[in-house]
Design a protein around this ligand. Structure first.
Ligand code: ADP
Length: 378
C-alpha cells in the first residue's frame, strides 16, 4: 500500500494525566478516505490534532509523504481541517471566508484569488451564495463554505472532525454523499472523524475503530461488520447492535442466560478460549421467526415479543426469550406477528460469531462464502 499519512506507535498523554492515545499505528493510503470511529472520548480528535500539528504527541511519530512532520509547525504541513462548528468568520461573506486563507498565506493577486474562489464555489454548487454572510446561510450551505475554505488551498491532507454533526438527518446523509464525491474528485488523502458508526460505514474506504485510545480494528467497513476483531467492534458496528450472550462452555453446549447447543466448528473454536467462557454473537439478521408448525433443523427458542419497530422495508422485533435475555431480530417489514405474541425463533449455527469470554477477541465468524467451512480467526 502506498502509505501517505502514517502514525507510528503514537501516544498522547495530557498534562492532567489522561492518556488519550496509546500505541496507535496506522497508515492512510494516498487518496484514501479513512474514518476514525469510536465512542466519545476514545481519542479521535486528539489523533487528528496530532496529525495537524495542533498537539505534540508524547511518543511515536507522525509521517506525511514518507517524512516525519513532528518538527514542522501546523502551517507548513499543507493540511486543511474542517470542524464541526465550521468556524466561519461571521462578518465576512462566503467569498471572503473561502478566499481568506489564500490571501493570508500566498501572494496570489486579487484576480487569481477570485478565480480560484469561483472555481471552488462551482465545485460545491454555492456560486449564487458567494456574497452572503454565514448568518443568512443554512447549516448545509455553511458546511459547504467551510469545505470550500479547506479545499481552495489544495491541501495534501484533508482532516474532517465530525463535520456533519450540526446538520439534521436528511442533510447529513446528503452532505455525506457530497463529501464522498468531492473527496474522490479531488483525490486527496483524508482522515474523517465521527462517533457515528453508520456514517463511518457509508463514507469510509476503510475504518479504524478506536476505544479508550487504542486501535481495535482497521479494515474495510464490511470486513469490520462481518469479521469484527473483538466483542467491542462487534457491538459497536451495526445497527441495531449484534446480540451478545455470555456463556460457559460445557462440553458441546454454551450455557449462560440461555443454552445453545454447539456444533463441531463452534466447539472447536470455543476450545481455544482462554478460560471456558465465550460470548456468543448473533446479528439481528440471523435469527428466523418460525410459524409454530415449521420444522427447524437448527436450535430454536421461544420468547415473547416486547416491541416491534417498523423502519420501512424491515422491522426490528425485540423479543424476551423464555430463558431471560433479550434478542433483537430483523424481519421483513411486512411481518405479521404482534406485540406480546409468543414466538419460536431459530438461531442457525452458521450465523453465530464467538468471542473469547475473557479477552473479547474473536474466535470464530460465520462463513461469508457459500462453502460450508467457516473461516477461523488467527
Ligand atoms: P474524541 O474525539 O474521541 O471524543 P478526544 O480525543 O477529544 O476524544 O479525547 C480523548 C480523551 O482525552 C478524553 O478523555 C478527553 O477528556 C481527553 N482530552 C482531550 N483533550 C484534552 C486536553 N486538552 N486536556 C486534557 N485532556 C484532554
Amino acid at each position: 500500500m502506498d502509505s501517505y499519512v502514517e502514525l507510528r506507535s503514537l501516544r498522547k498523554e495530557y498534562t492532567n494525566g489522561i492518556t488519550a492515545i496509546q500505541d496507535l499505528s496506522l497508515s492512510v493510503a494516498r487518496g484514501e478516505l479513512l474514518v476514525l470511529v469510536g465512542p466519545s472520548g476514545c481519542g479521535k480528535s486528539t489523533t487528528l490534532r496530532c496529525i495537524a500539528g495542533l498537539e505534540d504527541p508524547t511518543a511515536g511519530d507522525v509521517r506525511i509523504g514518507g517524512e516525519s512532520v513532528l518538527e514542522r509547525p501546523p502551517e507548513t504541513r499543507n493540511i486543511a481541517m474542517v470542524f464541526q462548528n465550521y468556524a466561519l468568520y461571521p462578518h465576512k461573506t462566503a467569498r471572503q471566508n473561502i478566499g481568506f486563507g489564500l490571501r493570508m498565506t500566498t501572494d496570489l493577486s486579487e484576480t487569481e484569488v477570485r478565480t480560484r474562489v469561483e472555481a471552488v464555489a462551482e465545485t460545491l454548487d454555492i456560486t449564487t451564495l458567494l456574497d452572503q454572510k454565514p448568518g443568512s446561510l443554512s447549516g448545509g450551505q455553511q458546511q459547504r463554505v467551510a469545505l470550500g475554505r479547506a479545499i481552495i488551498r489544495d491541501p495534501d491532507v484533508f482532516l474532517l472532525d465530525e463535520p456533519l454533526s450540526n446538520l439534521d438527518a436528511t442533510l447529513r446523509s446528503q452532505m455525506r454523499t457530497e463529501i464522498q464525491e468531492l473527496q474522490r474528485e479531488l483525490d486527496v488523502t483524508t482522515v474523517y472523524v465521527t462517533h457515528d458508526q453508520t456514517e463511518a460505514m457509508t463514507i469510509g474506504d476503510r475504518i479504524a475503530v478506536l476505544r479508550d485510545g487504542r486501535l481495535q480494528q482497521l479494515g474495510a467497513p464490511m470486513e469490520c461488520y462481518h469479521e469484527p476483531a473483538n466483542r467491542f467492534v462487534a457491538g459497536f458496528i451495526g445497527e441495531p447492535s449484534m446480540n451478545l450472550f455470555e456463556c460457559r462452555v460445557e462440553a458441546d453446549i454454551f450455557d449462560g442466560a440461555f443454552t445453545y447447543p454447539a456444533d463441531g466448528a463452534l466447539s472447536e473454536a470455543a476450545a481455544t478460549a482462554e478460560t471456558r467462557t465465550v460470548t456468543l454473537g448473533v446479528r439481528p439478521e440471523v435469527p428466523a421467526l418460525l410459524e409454530s408448525d415449521d420444522d427447524a433443523a437448527e436450535p430454536t427458542f421461544s420468547g415473547t415479543i416486547d416491541v416491534i419497530e417498523p423502519v420501512g422495508e424491515r422491522s426490528f422485533v425485540y423479543i424476551t426469550l423464555e430463558a431471560g435475555p433479550q434478542l433483537v431480530v430483523a424481519t421483513n417489514g411486512d411481518v405479521t406477528v404482534a406485540e406480546q405474541a409468543t414466538v419460536r425463533i431459530e438461531i442457525p449455527r452458521t450465523g453465530v460469531h464467538l468471542f473469547d469470554g475473557t479477552t473479547g477477541d474473536a474466535l470464530h465468524h460465520p462463513s461469508r462464502d457459500s462453502g460450508d467451512t467457516a473461516p477461523e480467526v488467527e
